[in-house]
Design a protein around this ligand. Structure first.
Ligand code: UD1
Ligand code: MG
Length: 460
């Protein structure tokens, strides 16, 4: 069986972070998850992740994924290096299988490239194959030394390279395929006699070649794919490349992005065709957006389902559902578990939380709707508050179909306003209201004729 061994035990010191490097995110997804996805996508069913620094957090994050974690012991006087990391996965290597070695910090690698690497390895009949890249500036990477036949002769780490060797532009991506049996054999012969005192996986190449085995080098078509993340600057570069990639796919699928450079769509989001997205929009998590929607600037939509022909302007939508033809915003906030029906309007400065609102209902301005079940064709006036909290528990308000809630009213839960009930503006409603009734709950107005003139006279 073919397996992958994904190296993810390094400390990532240059990130200057409490979080393990490979859990840092690019377009909403950890670096390591991209690598696991690419490996699975390339048809590798058994993925072994070598963990060390921050292993608890890494294992916790991936607990629902079908990956095998293997721990690399870390500490003073314990060996270190990519070769030592691969050794930890030795028990899973089958003699007849191929082992793909991957780095957990190269999120831009694609399943397509891994498939091509595997094909190149198999079709060329190689014993090992290195994924390489041609870079104008190869600084920091291991350099590829090829023989006159084009086979790889050895890999020289930057720190061990002579000045002449440092001029080589072909570099090691850190991704390889090996024949399982030969990899196990060569791992047994590694040593750490080098500038860094580490066990290098790259030395496997030299060992196998010196015993007459053939090592191929497959040059990646797009060298951006092997860009590794060792620092926050490289993280930002990866984010930008990934963002472009994601946005390009949406545009190819028929979504208009007014300014793709400034549109932040996380990995794994679906958007229907003819939807238009303005600059400064963030679409995150498990969000799904339908067709013919318009999402205007400064909106953030997280873990939500937005149906077709919805318009959202400058609003925050979290873990909610928005039915087709609804209009949200500007400046609305749908908090978790809001269910907005078809053609509903939620306008300026309206906050909705854990509430369902039926078709065609409207809350145009300055309202708070919390823990409510609101029917269809309801009008919620300006300044209405669903008073859902008594300091201890949250209570439910129910509003029937075609009800009218006048401006500046308080509906004190638990309470039911039945169908077609009419609440006069400025009422504080503490008792249920029957269908079709008018309810007025405010002090009676008193007009005192001539009162101002009288007051003015008294002042003289
Ligand atoms: C490595 C290669 C280099 C290549 C480069 C590509 C070696 C010796 N060098 O160098 O030729 O050009 O990658 O990016 O392999 N890791 C462990 N355990 C360890 C050490 C590292 O799991 O003991 C993991 C790291 O978490 C990381 C990966 O291995 O994901 C690569 O290690 P890193 O230290 O970044 O290697 P480079 O110096 O970049
Ligand atoms: Mg590295």
């Amino acid at each position: 069986m073919n397996i992958s061994i994904i190296l993810a035990a390094g400390e990532g010191t240059r990130m200057k972070s409490q979080i393990p490097k490979i859990l840092h995110k690019v377009c909403g997804k950890p670096l390591l998850e991209y690598v696991v996805d690419a490996s699975e996508g390339a048809g590798i069913k058994k993925n072994i992740v070598i963990v060390g620094h921050g292993k608890e957090e890494v294992i916790e994050y991936f607990q629902e994924r079908d990956v095998i974690f293997k721990e690399q012991p870390i500490g003073k006087d314990i060996p270190y290096g990519t070769g030592f990391a691969v050794m930890q996965g030795k028990e899973y290597i089958e003699d007849e299988g191929i082992v793909v070695v991957l780095c957990g910090d190269t999120p831009l690698i694609t399943e397509d490239t891994l498939k091509k690497l595997l094909d190149f390895h198999k079709e060329g009949g190689f014993d090992g194959t290195v994924l390489t890249a041609l870079l104008d500036d190869p600084t920091g990477y291991g350099r590829i030394d090829r023989d006159e036949l084009g086979n790889i002769y050895r890999i020289i780490e930057q720190k061990d390279a002579s000045e002449e060797e440092q001029n080589i532009k072909e570099i090691n991506s850190g991704i390889y395929c090996f024949d399982g049996g030969l990899l196990k054999y060569a791992l047994g012969k590694l040593n750490n006699n080098n500038a860094q005192g580490e066990f290098y996986i790259t030395d496997v190449v030299g060992i196998l070649r010196s015993e007459g085995y053939r090592i191929g080098g497959y040059i990646v078509e797009d060298s951006l794919e092997i860009h590794g993340v060792n620092s926050r600057i490289q993280l930002a570069i990866s984010e930008k490349i990934m963002r472009n990639r994601i946005n390009k796919i949406h545009m190819e699928n028929g979504v208009t992005l007014i300014d793709p450079e400034n549109t932040y769509i996380e990995d794994g989001i679906s958007i229907g065709s003819d939807t238009i997205i303005y600059p400064g929009v963030s679409i995150q998590g498990s969000t799904k957006i339908g067709r013919d929607c318009i999402i205007r600037s400064n909106s953030r939509i997280v873990d939500s389902e937005i149906q077709d022909q919805v318009e959202v302007d400058s609003s925050l939508i979290e873990s909610s559902f928005v039915g087709s033809r609804a209009t949200i915003g500007p400046y609305a906030h749908l908090r978790p578990k809001s269910r907005i029906g078809k053609a509903v309007h939620i306008g300026n400065f309206v906050e909705v939380k854990n509430s369902s609102i039926g078709e065609n209902s409207k809350a145009g301005h300055l309202a708070y709707i919390g823990d409510a079940v609101v029917g269809s064709n309801v009008n919620i006036g300006c300044g209405v508050i669903f008073v859902n909290y008594n300091g201890r528990d949250k209570q439910v308000t129910t509003v029937g179909n075609n009800a009218f809630i006048g401006s500046n009213s308080n509906l004190v839960a638990p309470i039911t306003i039945e169908d077609r009930a009419y609440i006069a503006a400025g009422s504080t409603i503490t008792q249920d209201v029957e269908a079709g009734s008018l309810s007025i709950a405010r002090a009676q107005q008193v007009n005192k004729r001539g009162w101002v003139d009288k007051k003015d006279l008294e002042g003289k």
